[in-house]
Design a protein around this ligand. Structure first.
Ligand code: CAA
Length: 287
């Protein structure tokens, strides 16, 4: 059955989930942002209010559009009530396979039959969660980039059992958000963009750890010689050194290759709790 997407549920009110929900609400979708923690939802509301008000001040959006988006956006801890009327659920919860499998199986039980279930994970490919549901044909990865309110690219990644119609509907959905879909033909952890970024990050860390150049100078080279908006170290601070650490461990779990393990300097920062912008210190300081 094909049903138009009207209502979207985003699970997980972290950095990615909250901005993804705002993007959907701004594009006109009735959107619920769900989290198990009310505190996390309160933080997400405050951050989104600041961010969207700033966009209004800077004439990037109108106050009317932002107010209309708030009218369409509900922040709630009641996942099952939200899921019961969802046409699309975007899971942006913790990067843990067993948690995601439980979420997908529970969503499958409460969502209508037509609901598409997608994961924002870039590392856990959707075939690893699709078989926890009775609708693997309506499951795929839908991967946004950080900061989701700003970044235009969204990767759409089917697993071998995803129906072509699901991919088409998700691609149209991405276009309706004003974003640009990048469609993968096959799933692979990291997809395209993060694999490209990973190659740059690995090389940058090797150069830094070998004492070839300071990390600040490596960032300057990436920006001024390659035209990247941020250098690899600035980007790690934006994405979160905890996230980079987790992604490396997840890759190691899948490949068993010691080269996949987090670099020594990442492990050190992770253990010190220096996660980047979110903790005020990573490679750089954020007063
Ligand atoms: N959330 C929302 N909007 C943000 C933002 C954030 N965290 N950070 C910046 N912006 C927006 C704001 O509109 C900001 O303007 P104001 O400060 O006036 O409000 C505007 O971007 C410009 O910000 P800055 O002047 O601070 O810096 P900038 O010009 O360098 O732009 C950037 C910031 C858009 C983040 C830009 O540096 C950029 O594109 N960086 C690369 C980001 C990137 O590569 N992302 C991919 C990460 S990998 C990933 O996401 C994969 C994954 O799986 C986690």
């Amino acid at each position: 059955m094909t049903t138009e997407i009207r209502t979207v549920v985003v699970l997980g009110a972290g950095t990615m989930g909250s901005q993804i929900a705002a993007v959907c609400a701004l594009a006109g979708y009735g959107t619920s942002l769900v989290d198990i923690s009310q505190d996390q939802l309160d933080r997400a509301r405050t951050q989104l209010e600041q961010r969207l008000s700033r966009d209004v001040e800077k004439d990037r959006r109108t106050r009317e559009d932002v107010d209309a988006a708030w009218d369409r956006l509900t922040l709630t801890t009641d996942r099952d009530a939200a899921a019961a009327t969802a046409d699309l659920v975007i899971e942006a919860a913790v990067e843990d396979l067993s948690v995601k499998r439980t979420i997908f199986s529970e969503l499958d039980a409460v969502c209508p039959g037509h609901t598409l279930l997608v994961t924002n994970s870039s590392n856990i490919v959707s075939s690893r969660v699709a078989d926890a549901t009775s609708r693997p044909d309506r499951v795929c990865n839908l991967h946004f980039f950080n900061p989701a309110l700003v970044m235009v690219c969204v990767e759409v990644v089917p697993h071998p059992g995803t129906a072509p119609e699901t991919v088409d509907r998700i691609v149209s959905f991405v276009e309706s958000l004003g974003k640009t879909p990048v469609r993968l033909k096959q799933e692979i952890p990291g997809f395209v963009a993060n694999r490209l970024l990973g190659a740059l990050r690995r090389e940058a860390l090797e150069l830094y750890e070998a004492g070839i150049a300071d990390f600040q100078d490596i960032d300057v080279a990436a920006k001024t010689a390659l035209g990247h908006p941020m250098g690899p170290f600035e980007l790690m601070d934006l994405v979160g050194i905890d996230v980079v650490h987790l992604i490396r461990l997840a890759e190691y779990e899948q490949t068993g290759d010691p080269a996949s393990l987090p670099a020594a300097s990442i492990k050190e920062k992770y253990e010190a709790g220096d996660f980047g912008r979110k903790t005020g210190r990573g490679w750089y300081e954020y007063p």
